[in-house]
Design a protein around this ligand. Structure first.
Ligand SMILES: [Zn+2]
Length: 438
């Protein structure tokens, strides 16, 4: 197993030192750190490595950014995507029906953001709702007397205070935050502290199986520390006398998983769902408990990078102009890992007007609003970094496509849309695929 010398990393979950290197991105900028030209000279970069823990199977980014730098640089662009709102409304309805007697229930969410999940729970009549989030500008938008907002990190100390004030909590929620917490052990101790003996801890995170299946290496960045499999979650929670009793795959963010957990002594603990047993068996069969599986993933990612760079080079050699579409953290991860530069792309395009005029970290592509595609001379190709929203993007850019514009989808399969009958770029792509297929 490949490890590093004296300052070898430690597993965030179990404290173990048997970490196998999966991917080394080298020195990269923070994926969320969009910037202005006057900031280029002082732009920081940081090492970024992805490791697998042979002791507890956790897949994790082990290089940490000092929080003051992370917060100074981190750009949060809130998305008011309708599908997300619907998702949280359905989620609230499900947990209310399954686990709550609303008139007597206490529910806590850490990383509550703008209250998108708490609000439908308030409408369902839940008695006590506590929202915790360290981002003051985000929680300030909640402004709902039914929700008690605590502008802080969820720590053991805070958990004890909450129990004194409100009693043990029936349902603890965490959506897309459990993968971003540096002190995952402290936060999990806080969960165990606050949770009622028969309470439920439900959290949604991006699922490692999706990352592997769809080669989603663009999901890997400093802000996103952990990539959860069921096996790693089971090992992690067992250290706090907790267990997973149900799971539910959810389609948001190109493949998340909701884990329903409880204390081992809980009434829920006796009935582990068939879905949990099936996924556990599947993950063992797929080798999510073996380092070699992730070495294979890393090789497949390297092959994907080679094919993508080959395709971009081929198109540029034919005189085609290419722009990136979707200036997200995911885009920045792919750009930096693949070494996509100004020989490949001329700029980035994004639907969020707030990003216009900023530049991507390290690669320094200027970001333009999507209205630039209405010009007389748009780029021939768009490289769709926001590939998981492709259906939405395709519909939104019908005019561009009708004028002959084409789109390159990097993942889950490198492909061009629409496919041409005779044009050579597809031939180049086919060649690339055959050249590197397993
Ligand atoms: Zn570990």
């Amino acid at each position: 197993m490949e490890t590093r010398g004296s300052n070898e990393p430690v597993c965030s979950f179990c404290g173990g030192k048997q970490l196998g290197l999966v991917m080394d991105f080298g020195d990269v900028g923070l994926a969320g750190a969009f910037l202005k030209p006057e900031q280029f000279a002082a732009e920081p970069s940081f090492p970024m490595r992805l490791h697998f823990c042979a002791a507890c199977y956790a897949v994790q980014v082990t290089d940490r950014i000092p929080s003051e730098i992370m917060f100074r640089n981190y750009f949060y662009f809130s998305s008011s995507i309708g599908t997300l709102r619907d998702h949280f409304r359905d989620y609230a309805a499900e947990v209310t029906k399954r686990f709550l007697d609303p008139a007597n229930a206490t529910v806590l969410e850490f990383g509550c953001n703008d209250g998108v999940l708490l609000r439908p729970l308030a409408e369902a009549g839940v008695r006590t709702l506590i929202g915790i989030d360290p981002a003051s500008n985000v929680v300030a938008t909640i402004d709902d007397p039914r929700i008690k907002v605590i502008n802080d990190f969820f720590t053991e100390e805070l958990a004890r205070e909450i129990v004194v004030r409100h009693g043990k909590v029936d349902l603890i929620l965490a959506s897309n935050v459990y993968a971003h917490i540096p002190d995952i052990q402290g936060t999990t101790r806080a969960v165990a502290e606050a949770l009622h003996g028969d309470g439920v801890f439900a959290f949604e995170v991006h699922y490692l199986g999706k990352v592997i299946d769809e080669l989603q290496y663009d999901m890997i960045y400093h802000e996103h520390l952990y990539y959860y499999s069921l096996l790693s979650v089971m090992n992690h929670l067992a250290r706090y006398d907790m267990m997973v009793f149900d799971i539910k795959p959810v389609p948001i963010h190109a493949g998340s998983m909701r884990f329903y957990a409880c204390k081992k002594s809980s009434k829920h603990g006796g009935s582990v769902s068939p879905a949990v047993k099936a996924l556990e068996a599947k993950e063992r069969a797929r080798g999510f408990d073996r380092y070699e599986t992730f070495v294979e993933f890393s090789s497949a990612v390297a092959a994907h990078r080679a094919r993508l760079i080959e395709l971009l080079g081929e198109l540029r050699a034919q005189g085609c102009r290419i722009a990136g579409y979707g200036a997200s953290g995911r885009a920045n991860s792919m750009i930096q890992y693949c070494g996509i530069n100004h020989d490949h792309l001329e700029c980035m395009i994004d639907d969020a007007p707030a990003k216009a005029g900023f530049y991507t970290p390290r690669s320094h592509f200027e970001i333009f609003p999507s209205s630039v595609l209405d010009c007389d001379n748009p780029p021939d190709y768009l490289l769709i970094f926001a590939w998981s929203f492709f259906d939405e993007i395709r519909k939104r850019n019908e005019k561009y496509l009708a004028k002959g514009g084409r789109m390159i989808l990097p993942l889950p399969e490198l492909s061009i849309f629409p496919r041409a009958v005779t044009a050579s770029p597809d031939a180049a792509l086919q060649q690339g695929q055959h050249g590197t297929s397993k």
